[in-house]
Ligand binder design. Sequence first.
Ligand code: NAD
Ligand code: TYD
Length: 359
Amino acid sequence: MLKTILVTGGAGFIGSNFIRFVLTEKPDATVINLDLLTYAGSLENLRDLPSADRYTFVKGDICEQEKVANILRERNVDTIVNFAAESHVDRSIHSPGVFIQTNIFGTFSLLEAARKVWLEENKQGQQDVRFHHISTDEVYGSLEPGDPAFQESNPYSPNSPYAASKASSDHLVNAYVHTYGLPATITNCSNNYGPYQFPEKLIPLIILNAVDGKPLPVYGDGKQVRDWLYVEDHCKAIWAVLEKGMVGESYNIGGENQPTNLEIIHTICSILDEKIPNLPYTPHKQLITFVTDRPGHDRRYAMNIDKIRTELGWTPDNELRKGLYATVEWYLKNKEWIKRIHEKPTYQDWLDENYSKRG
Ligand code: NAD
Ligand code: TYD
C-alpha cells in the first residue's frame, strides 16, 4: 500500500510540503505531482527535492479526466491525494466561477477517473487503492463565542463561495463511497501556516508587508478567530489517515489554538522586532491598519480533534509561537523564493489567460 501516489496541486503551499515530507520520510513511496501551475502554484516550491528519482512532475488540470485516467493506468497509481483547488476566500468573493470549476467539477472529474480505472477496469478494492480528499474546517460555517469546537458530526453550513465549493466536493467524495464503493477518505483541516505559503494569506502577507514597511491590513475589528496549524503537522496527519483511516470517514485536523487575527499579527510583529530590530518601522505594530471587513466574514473556527487523536494517534507537535517563529525565519531567509514568486503572473492575468479558455 501507499507506494505510488498521485498528488494533485503539489506545487501549492500544502501540497509541496506534503511531497517534501513523503520523499524525506517515506522511502517506499513514489510521487507523481499533477499541477496546473496557476498563479498560486510554483515549481519554486519544489526546488531541491530530496530523492528526485522517486518524483515526477506533470503539468495539467484535474478537470482533464482522460489525462488523469492515463496517469492512473500508466503509472499504476494506488493512492490519490487531492490538494488541487482554488484556495483563497477573498478571491472566491470576487471570482467565484473558477472555484466552482476547479473545486467542484475538478474533484468530480478526478473521482470519475478513479472510478473508471480503479473500479471498472482494474476491479481494485479497498485493500488496493485509496482516494484522499483534502478539505477545510470552513465547510462547517462560523462559530459564535462559547460554541463548542466543530466535530465531524456537525452539519455543513458553508458561507463563502470557497467554503461552499469545498463542501460540495466533500459531498461528491462521500457520494462516490456510498454509490460506487470508491475507497475514499476526507480530512477537514483548519488554517495552515509555514514555509512556501503564497503571500496572499494572512500570515505570509503580514510578514512580508512588515519587512517592507507596508501597512498590515486588518479586516474589520481583527477579533475573528482561526485555529492555526503548522503545515508539517498537517502533512503528518494526512499520512496517518492514509495509513490508518477508515474508508468513508472524515477526520478533523486542527492546531488546538484559537488566537484572534490581531493577536497573530501582534505576535508576528514582536518576532520581527526581535529578529530585525534596526528597521525604521520598528516596532512593527505601528504598521497595523484597520480596513473594510470581508463580506460575510466568518467570525470563529475551532476544531475538535478527538477523533483523529484517539482513533489514529495523531496530535499536533508544533505550538503556535514556535511555528510562527520558524515561519518568520523561513521568510526572512528565503529572499530569492519571494523574488521569484513576485515575478509570477498576477491572479487576474492568470484568470484572463486560462479561465476564459475553459469556458
Ligand atoms: P494553494 O492555493 O497554495 O495551492 C493550490 C495548488 O493547486 C496550486 O499549486 C495550483 O497550481 C493547483 N491547482 C489549482 N487548480 C488546479 C487544477 N485545476 N488542476 C491542477 N492543479 C490545480 O493551496 P493550499 O493552501 O496549498 O491548499 C491546498 C488544499 O488544502 C486545498 O484543497 C485547500 O482547500 C485545502 N486547505 C487549505 C488550508 C490552508 O490553510 N491553506 C486549510 C485547509 C484546507
Ligand atoms: P486567510 O489567510 O485569507 O484565511 P481564511 O480566510 O481561509 O481563514 O485569512 C485569515 C484571517 O485573516 C481571516 O479572518 C481574514 C483575515 N485577514 C485579514 O485580516 N487581513 C488580510 O490581509 C488577510 C489576507 C486576511
